[in-house]
Design a protein. Structure first.
Lengths: 514, 170
């Protein structure tokens, strides 16, 4: 079944292209259209020209999907290109943010970009029992040559290989530094070590199991992922959920943001050997986690958000607990901010360290703290927005220095915003049920959602079978568009500042590797 | 900063008292640990954490062990940067195919005597990620495991109870 796509209001590059294609009716809330190769080239052109932002690129057995965002007018849409001979025109050739996504598609689905700038595998390390696990046919595993890192040539350059097992309590990944004395000439990341095959596990899963899986794509963002998945399922089934559920979801999301930002501020200072901040921020983080457990039954609030609403209502003493938490923050947090601001030796490490050019941030559509600390005022709670944030008052802080210091300050400002949001939610929390049954589907339906996690915008796209099980689900972590910028941020910094830069980014390995 | 430091000196510590060692963990450990190890290591154990594919939820709670509430170091445990310095490997995740070799090599780089603690439901049998092409499924499928601490993720008290059991027999 097809209809025409009618753009609302002003002209839109994205919708002008999409309406040349065949629109998919059962795709909510934004349009999706199957387009032809010429239209695909138009989109690549618009991406390269900067009028569109890449939100996601993923494959199915015989189709590639391109999720796009147009800042002017704040429109979203998905363009799908059938790949008749298993190939599609490379987006990465003109628009580098797509490169790793294309390499992942080649590994997982077996669809190959034509004339891609980088032919090396990305997630497939040659260790799976099958090649192209999401592809049409099962292929025997690939034997891959040793991974060839990009060369860096010059006199007195030396390489420092780090990982995958790192010297701290962090996730695995490999970093290959080329250094000239102390200065980093090039960093190349190699990821994929924590690839768990989540997309394959999701195929055929009933929504309850799928929600548990998506809630574990990146544990630190479990609320954001739970929310994005639930909203995508609700979009696909055209289910409206009770008002109270929206507000409780936002409450969980802000608690998650508070906990993670506190942890990050402390950890960044600790990487500059200023352990006092870590100890004090650690206390605040722990208090958020304990309050979360008291209110929602789990310290990280895993599985707290389910399709149709939330798993359980706020505990009886919840409001009191959270008001005490906010009061505690208001007492304890400002002295820590002052401490950071007044410690010259600490600022000496963070100011001007790990600078990312704002042009790169814009090109990569980099969201979250990194984006907003570099002048990109994008926050999915605002644009495209979702309830109940349209009825809450909050600022989206934006800084322009784009260094480690700016990323610390941005977190500080966002902690303050989250505190006011928690208060507003408690003041205005509507009464009523917290869960609604999902509407039954008569035929397959598709949905997507974009949600602001503490790290940035989390995208979930899915197609449900008529029986309600998941046919295909693609969760896209904000880290996809942040990891590449870390390579740029560290250039010309000293090796010893890498932990600071890395921590100020705090990208997810698990969310990226999937 | 002086004010903050002074306040910390004057206030009562936030640290919670230790939980009793987990009975279940003691039972699992009893059969496996030798007396000789204790003589060699005393009651101080160095931990090397290895993420073998976790969602990073377990890492968050392992981090919390170092905060002032749980203060793991007061029991003689400390986290080290290299397996060469470790007595205990604390392994999380369903062991992805891509991390299997990394885990094996970390294990072999750890000097004897050593213990392996598998953390989380994934570490036991792959948890929600079991059954896929990309996970081996459970730490014990790759290296010998002395103790499992269940949970998704286990909270810091559960982690502490498990580790204290290890300390008692080690």
């Amino acid at each position: 079944m097809t209809t025409k796509i009618e753009p609302i209001g002003k002209s839109s590059v994205l919708w002008d292209v999409l309406k040349t294609g065949q629109a998919i009716v059962r795709h909510h809330p934004w349009p999706r259209a199957i387009i032809n190769p010429e239209a695909w080239y138009d989109l690549i052109q618009a991406l390269a020209g900067g009028s569109l932002i890449l939100l996601g690129l993923w494959g199915e057995t015989d189709t590639v999907h391109l999720a796009l965002y147009e800042e002017a007018g704040s429109t979203l849409g998905v363009a799908s290109l059938p790949c008749l001979d298993g190939r599609f025109p490379s987006v990465g050739r003109r628009h580098s943010p797509a490169q790793r996504l294309e390499r992942a598609i080649a590994d997982l689905v077996g669809l190959q970009a034509t004339d891609p700038p980088d032919l090396r595998p990305w997630l497939d390390h040659g260790r799976w029992p099958v090649a192209h696990p999401l592809g049409a046919a099962r292929h025997p595993p690939r034997t891959l040559p040793p991974y060839a890192f990009l060369p860096a040539e010059g006199e007195s350059l030396h390489q420092i290989p780090v990982g995958p097992v790192h010297a701290g309590i962090i996730e695995p990944g490999h970093f290959r530094f080329t250094a000239n004395g102390e200065a980093v000439v090039r960093l190349e990341e190699r990821l994929g070590y924590v690839h768990k095959g989540i997309e394959a596990l999701l195929a055929g899963a009933p929504p309850e199991r799928a929600a548990r899986l998506v809630g574990r794509v990146s544990g630190d963002s479990t609320v954001a992922y739970g929310l994005a998945f639930a909203r995508a399922v609700e979009a696909a089934t055209e289910t409206a959920i009770p008002e109270r559920a929206h507000w409780l979801r936002a409450l969980m999301a802000e608690l998650e943001r508070l906990a993670n930002h506190c942890g990050d501020i402390g950890a960044i200072c600790n990487d500059a050997a200023f352990a006092l901040m870590l100890a004090h921020c650690g206390v605040l983080r722990e208090k958020v986690l304990r309050a979360s457990a008291a209110c929602f039954g789990h310290r990280l609030m895993m599985d707290g958000i389910v399709p149709g609403g939330v798993a359980a209502d706020l505990a009886a003493e919840g409001e009191k607990t959270l008001r005490e938490l906010v009061a505690e923050f208001r007492r304890q947090f400002p002295p820590l901010v002052e401490l950071y601001d007044n410690t010259a030796s600490l600022q000496d490490r963070t100011v001007k360290t790990g600078f990312v050019r704002p042009a790169l941030i814009k090109q990569f559509g980099c969201g979250g703290v990194i984006g907003r600390a570099g002048g990109r005022a994008f926050d999915a709670r605002r644009q495209p927005g979702y309830p109940p944030y349209d009825r809450l008052e909050f600022e989206v802080p934006v800084l322009t220095d784009s260094d480690v210091n700016a990323r610390v300050w941005l977190r500080v400002r966002e902690v303050e915003q989250s505190l006011t949001l928690v208060e507003q939610i408690l003041n205005r929390l509507p009464a009523g049920p917290v869960h609604a049954d999902l509407n039954r589907l008569e035929q397959a339906g598709e949905g997507m959602a974009l949600v602001e996690g503490f790290r940035g915008d989390v995208l979930v796209w899915l197609r449900l079978n008529a029986d309600g099980t998941v046919a295909r689900c693609h969760p896209r972590d904000p880290s996809w568009f942040q990891w590449p910028l870390l390579e740029a941020a560290i250039e010309n910094n000293i090796v010893a500042d890498f932990p600071l830069c890395n921590k100020s980014f705090n990208c997810s390995y698990s969310g990226h590797d999937l | 900063m002086r004010k903050l430091l002074l306040q910390s000196l004057l206030r009562l510590p936030l640290t919670v008292s230790a939980p009793p060692p987990s009975e279940q963990a003691l039972a699992e450990l009893a059969a496996q640990v030798e007396r000789a190890a204790r003589r060699r290591l005393g009651r101080s154990l160095s931990i090397r954490e290895v993420d073998a594919g976790s969602c990073n939820g377990c890492e968050l709670e392992i981090h919390a062990l170092n905060n002032v509430f749980y203060d793991l170091e007061r029991f003689g445990f400390h986290f080290v940067a290299s397996p060469r310095h470790a007595d205990v490997l604390l392994v999380t995740g369903p062991v992805t195919a891509n991390m299997k070799e990394g885990l094996e090599r970390t294990y072999h780089a750890t000097p004897d005597p050593k213990w392996v603690v598998a953390v989380g439901d994934c570490g036991r049998d792959g948890g929600v990620f079991a059954g896929g092409y990309a996970c081996v499924g459970g730490v014990s499928a790759v290296i010998p495991v002395d103790l499992h601490i269940a949970g998704c993720p286990p909270n810091p008290m559960q982690l502490l109870a498990g580790l204290l059991a290890l300390l008692q027999v080690a």
